[in-house]
Write a protein that binds this ligand. Sequence first.
Ligand SMILES: [Mg+2]
Length: 254
Amino acid sequence: MTAAAPIRSPATPPAIVFTDWDGTVTLQDSNDYITDNLGMGHPKRMIINDKILDGTTTFRDGFREMLDSIHKPFSECIEYLLANIQLDPGFKSFYEWCQAENIPVIVISSGMKPIISALLTNLIGEDAMKNIEIVSNDVEINPNDESDWEIIYRDPESGFGHDKARSIKQYLDNHGYTTKDNTPVLFYCGDGVSDLSAAKETDLLFAKHGKDLIKYCIRESIPYTEFNDFQEILSKVQTIVKHNGDIQQFIENP
Ligand SMILES: [Mg+2]
């Protein structure tokens, strides 16, 4: 006997892709980039990074300390990033394919919304801003002194600052995806510590080759599949969504 087909309305997309932004959709992490070049610099950032990795400080507090070391006007930081940050070479075709297949792409980020919006518009175009929802932290800028700005966390009580698992659950709730049967296939793409909270919420986690998230997945026995760029993500998502491929075949730590 075969299992009953899931009950999904015709409007239900075949899949939903949640993705981290910095270092995942972009090649460089924009917050690390401004911290290294306009703030405390790479060596000091690494000291805080190690504390986050070994758990002696939270991502929320460490990340704030990094950003607090930047005393440039916020608009100057954005200009600097627009001139230096590059897009993953496969992301544009991935996004276009998802659009054609009615698959929503949602950015779930620990970064600040105005930076992500500026980069998204600059790297992909105005259209992407309309089609890609951004769920992230924000920024507050002193109206009398643009060099005085601070990150505003979405979930200040969480050690992650932005509880990505909560955002994914909220998105699913808001769209009525409340049971396994009516929920599309869920994917998450990420590279770092802040993605850990989201890692268990989807059917398949894409973790970037050579980055911190993989170490965590191995340590915590969270199933993942590796990617180098969005071309590889596209190929695996197509196999699963279009050709009914088994997700398990891609898991690297079964
Ligand atoms: Mg990242």
